[in-house]
Design a protein around this ligand. Structure first.
Ligand code: NAP
Length: 317
């Protein structure tokens, strides 16, 4: 039995009326889904059900809230049920790895998977978050090669972003974090991985250590400024933003964060994390189906994401 929770849930999840739902689920329909906790606010069902509808594939995507300690049972259950593919989100991106029969080398290096693909022996883990961010940056004409990059934060995503930046040829990477030791540790790991001295860690308050001659690509990889705390910004000091020519905030709700506004006020270009979300989903769908998603269908999903984003920002005011 499918329980439709409320109107907002319905609007987000494409299954707009009973007629469509009845026509959509068939005996041959394959299931994909999301393992995480919480999962109530995810936009992934909207992304994948739109893609399934647009590509006329017998596929349905549903969120699964996995209780604490339940990730192994969830993976084994998904194997038994012949689930085609899964996304994995907080808090299981690393915890799921021991229960996979194989892992893509890039995902193994960053120690986090967000996509599981079914094969004959079980599930293989991939990370599409970072290739998703890279594709988003290419779309937005943000170059990485030869760049001086500031990464704000040193959590799981910041670490993965730093690995991506070094792999794509950044000239210098400075991780700025509230907890200095974490920034230094991640910088060490990036340097070990790359065999270079590209990365270093400094405190988030050490703006004076940045070069006056350099203009930076700054990637905001903390949760500061995310809804509902939309008035917060990771660095208040305006002099910091004089040094930033592109600001990329990985947050997508709100659509324009205070970090982005501050970058723009000083003449820089600023982007949010919605396209990263879009492309991690597109890449996961391509892994599950073996089918390249057309530019037209990517656009269709992006438009729907923008609509949801607009409505949610409106609801938030
Ligand atoms: P995480 O592992 O929990 O790391 C959080 C980071 O934020 C840490 O560096 C932490 O500093 C810092 N931080 C948190 N609160 C702070 C505060 N009040 N002041 C200063 N620093 C603070 O989180 P994560 O998994 O890396 O995710 C980071 C962000 O990426 C999330 O906000 C999420 O929105 C975004 N994200 C976006 C996408 C997308 O598709 N667009 C996908 C994944 C994640 P300390 O080390 O000092 O604690």
């Amino acid at each position: 039995m499918l329980i439709i929770r409320n109107k907002k849930w319905m609007e987000r999840n494409v299954l707009r009326n009973e007629g469509e739902l009845v026509g959509m689920i068939k005996g041959c329909t394959r299931t994909c889904g999301l393992l995480g906790n919480p999962v109530e606010h995810t936009l992934s069902p909207m992304i994948h059900n739109t893609l399934a509808e647009s590509t006329e594939r017998e596929l349905v995507y549903v969120p699964f809230c996995v209780p604490q300690g339940g990730i192994e049972a969830a993976v084994r259950g998904a194997e038994a049920l012949n689930i085609l593919g899964l996304n994995v989100t907080v808090p299981y991106k690393s915890a799921v790895i021991p229960f996979l029969h194989d892992i893509d080398p890039f995902a193994e290096r960053i120690g986090a998977v967000n996509t599981l693909v079914r094969d004959i022996d079980g599930f293989k883990g991939y990370n599409t978050d970072l290739p998703g961010l890279y594709r988003a940056m290419c779309d937005d004409h943000v170059d990485i090669e030869g760049e001086h990059v500031l990464i704000l934060g040193a959590g799981g995503v910041a670490r993965a972003v730093a690995m991506l930046m070094v792999e794509k040829g950044a000239k210098e990477i400075i991780l700025m974090n509230r907890t200095l030791q974490k920034a230094e540790r991640v910088a060490r790991e990036v340097n070990e991985f790359s065999g270079t001295k590209t990365a270093r860690g400094i405190s988030i308050t050490s703006i004076g250590e940045l070069s006056d001659k350099q203009s930076y690509l700054a990637i905001q990889a903390t949760s500061v400024g995310m809804y509902p705390n939309i008035d917060e910004v990771i660095i208040e000091d305006d002099t910091f933003y004089d040094k930033v020519h592109v600001g990329y905030d990985l947050i997508f709700n709100p659509s324009s964060t205070r970090f982005m506004e501050k970058v723009q006020e000083k003449g820089g270009r600023a982007y949010n994390g919605l396209k990263m979300l879009l492309y991690q989903g597109i890449l996961a769908y391509e892994l599950w189906t073996g089918e390249e998603v057309s530019a037209q269908n990517i656009n269709k999903v992006y438009k729907r994401l923008l609509e949801v984003q607009k409505n949610e920002t409106k609801d938030a005011i």
